[in-house]
Design a protein around this ligand. Structure first.
Ligand code: XUL
Ligand code: CO
Length: 441
């Protein structure tokens, strides 16, 4: 079997003083943290598209990375080589899951029948590799945004033919998910939105998007898919306005259309920041509403307003993310998919390893710091105390539904001004507790 990454052998944990760029400094897969191995807390996944397909192209320049797998030109040979390279890569890094779009794994043919043939041939090949290695599918999805047939959307297209085509892709991608034992199926609606309301029937488009999702749920359940469907919110890019804007918007949509029993959220860090939220905010909204599912880990650039999909190296964000994950009870069907790519200038095969090592170490650190933050308890205790006025007296009466507007007026008249009992928010003190925990890990 050809080796695609001969410059790297198995990447091992060497600890925080190691200077070996091909070693983990924080990620120690089998170390037990808070009752289970780090690898089971984190459930790292490789994204097929960024890792094996994307070549560093941007709107101003062509690819910088060789993705011919040794000079191959036949698209099906390349597709098979990607499987070999991908499984070698995951095995060397100790990554136990992967995610893909239908279009990432096999080339589109001249007809849908040909596309299907290509797709299923590679799905079967992937299945043999999964059996050999024990590596699992985290989630799959259908790429209903790249092809010109989706220029006006897929589920939300003005054109019923595009809708039907998307449905056929989704049908096959769900079948593949079931065949490969995946426990997640993602809807990310890159073209589900609009450029201008002047040409858009928003109401019909949203109803249709829900129709497509209901069909997917009914079909998936009928063929034995017992995992979670996910919506991955994103406010814009490529479409100016995307319907799945952020977690809160998606929640309203799922509840309105009765999809809330089957769907959870796949939260992506850079999508959160594009929606002018923090990553933690999006996770909190999902968790508080029982919709926390999976994570696309990456980060944006504070100076750029688009989805740069950088590998996550911001330790603060990783700690606060893992705090939310732990508070949500950890991953069940979901995991942490690196929807991230090496920079255009980081174009050698080594860079893909350095990128994943950076991301995995950052989240391993995040997990360890989040566990310590919860064990330390000062921040949770502060929040609990801050709301103590709701545990008794008038606060409890309000929560219990016993206080009327008239009772509250009487209370306000009797008690007078409130300022002296407000208490400081202590933001800076809390930030310094977070720093102390991180700096002493
Ligand atoms: C695009 C994005 C997608 C989804 C899957 O911003 O995040 O790759 O994760 O379609
Ligand atoms: Co994503």
């Amino acid at each position: 079997m050809k080796e695609y990454f001969p410059m790297v052998q198995k990447v091992k944990y060497e600890g925080k003083n190691s200077k070996n760029p091909f070693a983990f400094k924080y990620y120690d897969a089998n170390r037990i943290i808070d009752g289970k191995p780090m690898k089971d807390h984190l459930k790292f996944a490789m994204s097929w598209w960024h890792t094996l397909c994307a070549g560093g192209a941007d709107p101003f320049g062509t690819t910088t990375m060789d993705r011919t797998y040794g000079g191959l030109t036949d698209p099906m040979e390349i597709a098979r080589a990607k499987v070999d390279a991908g499984f070698e890569f995951m095995t060397k890094l100790g990554i136990e899951y992967f995610c893909f779009h239908d279009a990432d794994i096999a080339p589109e043919g001249a007809t849908f029948a040909e596309t299907k043939k290509n797709f299923w041939e590679i799905v079967e090949y992937i299945e043999t590799k999964m059996k050999e290695t024990g590596i699992k599918l985290l989630w799959a999805t259908a790429n209903c945004f790249n092809n010109p047939r989706y220029m006006h959307g897929a589920g939300t297209s003005c054109n019923a033919h595009s809708f039907a085509y998307a449905a056929s892709q989704i049908k096959n991608a769900i079948e593949a998910t079931v065949k490969l034992g995946g426990k997640g199926y993602v809807f990310w609606g890159g073209r589900e939105g609009y450029e201008t309301l002047l040409n858009t029937d928003m109401s019909l488009e949203l109803d249709n998007m829900a129709r497509l999702m209901h069909m997917a749920v009914d079909y998936g359940r009928s063929i034995g898919f017992d995992g979670d469907f996910y919506i991955e919110p994103k406010p814009k890019e490529p479409t100016k306005h995307q319907y799945d804007f952020d977690s809160a918007t998606v929640l309203g949509f799922l509840r309105k259309y009765g999809l809330d029993k089957d769907f959870k959220m796949n939260i992506e860090a850079n999508h959160a920041t594009l929606a002018q939220h923090t990553f933690q905010h999006e996770l909190r909204v999902a968790r508080d509403n029982g919709f926390f599912g999976s994570i696309d880990a990456n980060q944006g650039d504070a100076l750029l307003g688009w989805d740069t999909d950088q590998f996550p190296t911001n330790a603060y964000d990783a700690v606060l993310c893992m705090y939310e994950v732990l508070k949500a009870g950890g991953f069940t069907n979901g995991g942490l998919n690196f929807d991230a790519k090496a920079r255009r200038g980081s174009f050698t095969p080594e860079d893909i390893f350095y990128s994943y090592i950076a991301g995995m170490d950052t989240f391993a650190f995040g997990l360890r710091a989040a566990v310590k933050l919860i064990e330390d308890g000062r921040i949770d205790k502060f929040v609990e105390d801050r709301y103590s006025s709701w545990n008794s007296g008038i606060g409890k009466d309000i929560i219990d539904g016993k206080a009327t507007m008239a009772d509250l007026e009487k209370y306000a008249l009797e008690k007078g001004e409130v300022t002296d009992s407000l208490g400081s928010g202590r933001q800076e003190m809390l930030e310094s507790i977070l720093n102390q925990i991180m700096f002493t890990l």
